[in-house]
Design a protein around this ligand. Structure first.
Ligand code: C2O
Length: 568
């Protein structure tokens, strides 16, 4: 402990007796780490020589201060996924959206308050594909402590971080994909708390193990930190009760399988009530689209009861087929939000309506995309036919704050240029039926008034290929009013809107060839990116941003950037 930290701890202990809120201060050293996985030794980028990185545990109301020191050879940013960042957009983290990257040898201190939210979130790098190795858990406890959960406090809480691993360097992976104008190579393994498990070569010992006691209740804080893969997760012989998703409480939902998209979290209770033995926990990819090649391997760990015979063989759960859309949709659509006294409910008046198509398309090859096919063009992704282009000389937030011209444009379209049979896959064989295949790059934002309610119909298209896309919104949670397969049909959909207790999320897995309707209150001034949480698709441009104006009072105005705000 440094002298300074000692003083701080002393001051905090003193303050702790006077106020609820504490200061949580940590240092993240981002740097090279030598690691051996699958019998291959290589150097990755990691925080504090840990992969996954350190777990942050805070309480609602706390002030968080994280000093990020970049000793790595790469540009770095850290995003606190799901944290509202009320009036602290400068600390949100997405590269070139709210900050320029922390360059090698430099540092930046992220400062933000945790207000009005509790549950499981996480943090991760938000530049290139670095979040494959730069990520960790962020737990927000209720201000009054775990005994104030809206359910009996479980005996134990266990973070389950699901990850995706490449033997290759992930920056090379991203760069190669860009140069080819195509998708990156598929991953080599999935991991549970950083460990692949015994289904993979040379990995029997590198397996996550959880010892459990018969009769106790465990709460799994499950996070999908995989780059490009939605996942099914099961534990043999056990059921779950989902209590929260994306740090928002749900009505208890019983299920034997968890379905989770990149960016999402699920808090699920598991009673250790099976015959005391060994059971595998396992995760594999959920992939609705037949047209893509993907990592179809299985990661697994072990749940082992105390006093189990050392020779007993673990039981394997029956996993859903990778294409089991029925199971995925059942899980995603059956969740509802828990109503709590004094907490916000769905805003009923909408100020800003958008109909947003999104999916793949084609775009002209750039001159540095050396291996790009000139005839077909590069693979691109877009929202309302705008393929999002990251700015290069200033972040969107800095440009917004300083009124810089030429960094971005307002007027992101609030509907697609044409309406057609969005989810009809046969259009891909008849180019005449594919009006939006060619997309243009642009940095366009939607400007909204402070505190206005935004409703978005999110319509997935089948252009090129219909894939699932987990859309993540920074700065806000949103209500999921309805979701379904096929094309959005207003009169049918509106009848299905849940305006009473819809699930609240920060990431919605819109089904391939399907749609969802979300609503949120833009009560946080700043610039907030919304993007597909498959990193491969973000690189293709599946993103847009909201520019939320300042409010009328001093406490609704975005403060100036901090003095150490990174320069481009
Ligand atoms: Cu979890 Cu924009 O990210």
């Amino acid at each position: 402990m440094t002298h300074y930290m000692f003083m701080l701890a002393f001051a905090l202990a003193f303050l702790g007796s006077l106020v609820d809120a504490a200061i949580v201060e940590r240092t993240f050293h981002v740097g090279n780490m030598t690691i051996t996985k699958l019998c291959q030794t290589r150097v990755i980028t990691a925080v504090n020589q840990q992969m996954p990185g350190p777990t942050l545990e805070v309480s609602e109301g706390d002030k968080v201060i994280i000093h990020v020191l970049n000793h790595s050879p790469y540009n770095m940013t850290i995003h606190w996924h799901g944290v509202f960042q009320k009036l602290s957009g400068w600390a949100d983290g997405p590269n070139m959206i709210t900050q320029c990257p922390i360059q090698p040898g430099n540092k930046y201190t992220y400062k933000f308050n945790i207000i009005g939210q509790e549950g499981t979130l996480w943090w991760h790098a938000h530049v290139s594909f670095h979040r494959a190795t730069v990520y960790g858990v962020l737990i927000i406890l209720p201000r009054e402590g775990p005994h104030t959960y809206p359910f009996p406090k479980p005996h134990h809480e266990v973070p389950i971080l699901l990850g995706e691993w490449w033997n290759a360097n992930v920056v090379d992976l991203a760069d190669e994909a860009y140069v080819k104008g195509g998708a990156p190579n598929k991953s080599d393994v999935f991991t549970i708390n950083g460990k692949p498990g015994d289904f993979y070569n040379c990995s029997e010992k590198d397996m996550y193990k959880l010892k459990v006691e018969y009769g106790k209740k465990y709460m799994f804080r499950i996070i999908n930190a995989a780059l490009n893969s939605e996942l099914f997760f099961k534990v043999a012989g056990h059921n779950f009760t989902v209590m929260a998703v994306d740090a928002s409480y749900t009505n208890p939902y019983k299920t034997d399988v968890i379905v989770i998209a990149p960016g999402q979290t699920v808090d699920a209770l598991m009673a250790a009530d099976a015959a005391p033995d060994k059971y595998y926990m396992a995760a594999l990819r959920y992939e609705a689209s037949g047209g893509v090649s993907f990592d179809n391997t299985t990661t697994r760990g072990i749940v082992e009861y105390y006093n189990t015979s050392p020779t007993s063989q673990p039981v394997m759960p029956t996993m859903p087929a990778y294409k089991d859309t029925l199971t995925a949709n059942r899980f995603y659509t059956n969740l509802t939000g828990l109503l709590r006294p004094g907490k916000p409910t769905v805003p009923l008046t909408v100020n800003h309506r958008m109909f947003v198509t999104f999916g793949f398309g084609r775009v002209k090859c750039e001159s540095d995309q050396l291996l790009c096919n000139q005839t077909t063009g590069a693979l691109a992704a877009s929202m309302n036919n705008v393929s999002f282009q990251f700015p290069s000389s200033a972040s969107l937030l800095a440009a917004h704050y300083k009124n810089l011209k030429g960094i971005y444009m307002r007027g992101f379209p609030d509907k697609p240029p044409v309406f057609f049979d969005f989810t009809n896959e046969s259009m891909n064989t008849d180019p005449a039926l594919t009006p939006l295949v060619h997309t243009l790059k642009g940095t366009k934002v939607t400007k909204v008034k402070y505190n206005s309610t935004v409703e978005m119909v999110l319509q997935n298209t089948a252009i090129v290929v219909a894939e699932n896309h987990p859309l993540h919104l920074h700065g806000f949670n949103f209500y999921v009013l309805a979701q379904g397969l096929g094309n959005y049909n207003k009169s049918e959909a509106v009848e299905k809107y849940n305006l009473v207790d819809p699930q609240m999320r920060n990431t919605i897995a819109v089904p391939g060839g399907g749609w969802a309707v979300i609503r949120f209150k833009a009560n946080n001034p700043g610039v907030w990116i919304m993007h597909c949480h498959l990193d491969a698709h973000l690189q293709f441009g599946l993103a847009t941003a909201f520019e939320v104006e300042n409010g009328p009072t001093p406490d609704t105005i975005l403060p100036p950037p901090p003095p150490d705000y990174p320069k481009c």
